[in-house]
Design a protein around this ligand. Structure first.
Ligand code: SF4
Length: 352
């Protein structure tokens, strides 16, 4: 087997940031020596060897890997984590983490650790979000899902990429998202080289629902039933395969429902197939401004709707831009008053 890594060199002479991060990840995992050849795609030089290889394979991101087997057959991967999973599953995990927390995930330990959520929440209350995430990924590995929908979640994906441990990303496709959101999902996929598990509503339940009530019944009788079918049930099904999951929830998003949000909790709504499920809210103590400072500092991709005064983005028919004096959740289900402005993903209720 021969592995070629194609990296991008910027006009400044530096490797692109993601290429540098990927090399660092491979070094940390003791895999850099496994790369037989590095080929550069040089910015502004379309005929440089890396661009030639990229065109041959129809790839438009860097870095990527071409793995040639003994028979000369080539496999192309854009995700370093997938390369590790597929070809070096026994590679040691990063040993960069302090402490007893860096031990590899052990499924039989995970359950008992879930019992310690209250203690963990106290311990990590003042921790940097990346340390909370590092602990979770060290403990649960790819049995820890990063639930992706908003800007905060991409901050967590960015942090997870920097940590360098395996992780898994999932997202809900309700079928009612903005076109910008679908494009954004692909942008995140490309930027971080991650696979994103797409969670879809159950066909039968959805057909029955829209057959009986039409496409936009939520404007008449509230969003709970539609959200229960398009969001709550698919997430509940998917989370059974995990032992922990992360959300991008913050306390300042909703004084009514999120003011006391712990950084780590036992999920009161969902369960793992093996029992309890740990829910992590690493950004709980962060403000809106801190999230956006991180996004700007690290050039994290974000949904372009944010630039059109959509601070919180859900489904297209249920989200609108907000005015200058409105709270960030005021653009969600704006026709409903006195409710919690929650879809049921995080709180128990009659829609679940
Ligand atoms: S946000 Fe609106 S369209 Fe999306 S699932 Fe909920 S009610 Fe349905």
């Amino acid at each position: 087997m021969q592995i070629t890594m194609v990296k991008k060199r910027l006009a400044s002479g530096e490797p692109c940031e993601k290429c540098a991060q990927t090399e660092e990840l491979l070094r940390r995992r003791g895999l850099w020596e496994k790369i037989d050849e590095v080929v550069w795609a040089i910015e502004g030089e379309d005929d440089s060897p890396g661009f030639v290889i990229a065109r041959r394979h129809g790839i438009d991101v860097a870095p990527f890997f071409v793995i040639r087997d003994a028979g000369g057959e080539e496999t192309v991967l854009t995700s370093p984590l997938r390369l590790i999973r597929q070809y070096f599953p026994a590679a040691p995990r990063t040993a960069s983490k302090p402490s007893d927390e860096a031990e590899p995930r052990a499924e039989n330990k995970a359950e008992s650790k879930a019992e310690d959520a209250v203690a963990m929440a106290a311990r990590f209350e003042r921790a940097d979000p990346i340390e909370i995430l590092r602990w979770a990924l060290g403990r649960y590995g790819d049995k820890c899902a990063i639930a992706f929908s908003g800007a905060e979640d991409v901050v967590l994906i960015d942090m997870a990429t920097r940590i360098g441990l395996p992780f898994h990303v999932l997202t809900l496709d309700t079928g009612r998202l903005h076109a910008e959101t679908y494009a954004f999902l692909d942008e995140v996929r490309r930027r971080y080289g991650v696979e994103i598990e797409i969670l879809l509503p159950d066909d039968e339940a959805l057909c029955d629902f829209v057959g009986r009530k039409g496409m936009n019944s939520f404007y008449q009788d509230g969003h709970r039933e539609c959200c229960a079918i398009r969001k709550v049930a698919p997430l509940r099904r998917a989370l059974r395969a995990y032992q922990a999951w992360t959300t991008g929830q913050r306390r300042d998003q909703s004084p009514a429902t999120r003011a006391a949000l712990p950084v780590i909790e036992n999920d009161a709504v969902h369960a793992s197939a093996s029992g309890k499920l740990l829910k992590l809210n690493p950004l709980a103590a962060w403000s809106y401004e801190q999230v956006w400072a991180y996004i700007r500092k690290h050039a994290v991709p974000y949904n372009p709707l944010h630039d059109a005064d959509y601070p919180s983005i859900g489904c297209q028919p249920c989200t609108r831009a907000i005015g200058p004096n409105e709270h960030e959740r005021d653009g969600r289900w704006w026709w409903e008053h006195g409710g919690t402005k929650e879809c049921g993903l995080h709180v128990a209720g009659d829609g679940i």
